[in-house]
Ligand binder design. Structure first.
Ligand code: PAZ
Length: 353
């Protein structure tokens, strides 16, 4: 597959040539209602994107390219934002991790392992059919494994409280096309909150895609030997997001994933310079669970940070956030969110209208 893009789409040409997902209007009606309710309640809202996008190779899709992301960063951060009093729009790749249920992921912590079948004292006297001597049927009880109970109770309590408060709204995407249409529409709805809106773009989004006009209708056949596909570049949507969709008021945090450590800071700085948003969080694939770097503009950092950087002529501030990689109880998202909540607070107060 060729890595050189055949053409570059602007955001405008992308949206005028690629079709919206069929449920877009329905999804956005839900977002509009949610944003209106949070505005009335005076809450800040964070829009979290999470998980990887796919790029289908056929219209009747059998094969697709995928982007790496389990959804841990997004789902975990969403929980900490809720804890900090934010309402959350959580837009995630279908079947990737979600807030709360992430603790019981089928691959690392299957929920069936938390349950036990308890035979009641009465049932031990039952005949094997499960019927009492007087004919009443009794079923075994299901209970939570005692040493898992406290944690489950803690997660379940917060989950139920969040549902009762109506502060979490979930949307799903699969393809990069779904993602782009939803990103634009949700951002436009959320711009109603002006500075009280934060955008936390943790999803892993494909850089290349196949426009529908170039896709094969049916499954690509293998009879002709090797496969050559030339993909187009996905439009750089941060620019219109910063300047148009969010009305220049949103506090926008993007992520930059690299596998070559030496590229992390220059690429994150280049992104901030190009799009002019507030924060880029750089993370290395193999160190992302215990180390990230915040790149931001000096003017948006605290007084003490400005003093720290006074000697440097760079317009960027670089601050590393690290946790102990061996401490399994600690999640780096807790510290990422704590730092962003502080910075967003300053952003809100610096330009309140
Ligand atoms: O979802 P996850 O926890 O497995 O991974 C998170 C991440 C590395 C995808 C995220 O932190 C990130 O860097 N997202 C942006 C990726 C990009 O540069 O497109």
């Amino acid at each position: 597959m060729s890595s050189s893009p055949s053409s570059t789409f602007s955001a405008e040409s992308y949206f005028s040539t690629q079709l919206p997902p069929s449920n877009l209007e329905h999804d956005i009606a839900g977002v509009r209602e949610f944003v209106g309710r949070q505005k009335d309640a005076g809450r800040k809202v964070v829009f979290v994107t999470s998980g990887g996008t796919t790029v289908p190779l056929e219209l009747n899709v059998v094969r697709f390219l995928d982007n790496f992301s389990a959804g841990t960063r997004g789902a975990t951060s969403a929980e900490y934002f809720l804890k900090a009093g934010y309402a959350v729009i959580f837009m995630h790749r279908q079947f990737s991790l979600q807030p709360f249920s992430r603790h019981y992921s089928h691959s690392i912590n299957p929920f069936l392992d938390f349950l036990e079948i308890e035979s009641s004292s009465a049932s031990s006297e039952l005949p094997s059919s499960g019927s009492t001597p007087n004919g009443v049927t009794s079923s075994p009880q299901i209970c939570v494994t005692p040493n898992k109970r406290d944690h489950l109770l803690e997660v379940l309590t917060v989950y139920k409280n969040v549902h009762a408060a109506g502060t979490l709204h979930t949307l799903t995407f699969v393809t990069v096309n779904d993602y782009l249409w939803l990103l634009r529409a949700v951002s436009q709805e959320l711009s109603l909150l002006r500075r009280k809106a934060m955008y936390y773009l943790a999803a892993a989004v494909s850089d290349f895609f196949l426009p529908r006009q170039k896709m094969s209708e049916h499954k690509i056949q293998s009879g002709k030997g090797s496969l050559h596909i030339e993909m187009d570049q996905v439009p750089k949507i941060l620019k219109p997001m910063v300047e148009d969709w969010t009305g220049k008021d949103g506090f926008i945090v993007s992520f930059k994933l690299e596998t070559d450590q030496t590229l992390l800071i220059p690429k994150a700085q280049a992104s901030l310079n190009r799009y002019g948003h507030q924060v880029v969080i750089g993370n290395d694939l193999n160190r992302r669970k215990f180390e990230v770097v915040f790149i931001s503009w000096k003017e948006f950092t605290s007084q003490s940070s400005r003093e720290d950087d006074a000697s440097s002529s760079s317009p960027f501030r670089e601050s590393w956030l690290r946790i102990d990689p061996h401490d399994r109880a600690k999640e780096i998202e807790e510290d990422i969110v704590e730092e962003l909540v502080k910075r967003h607070g300053r952003w809100v107060h610096s330009g309140e209208r």
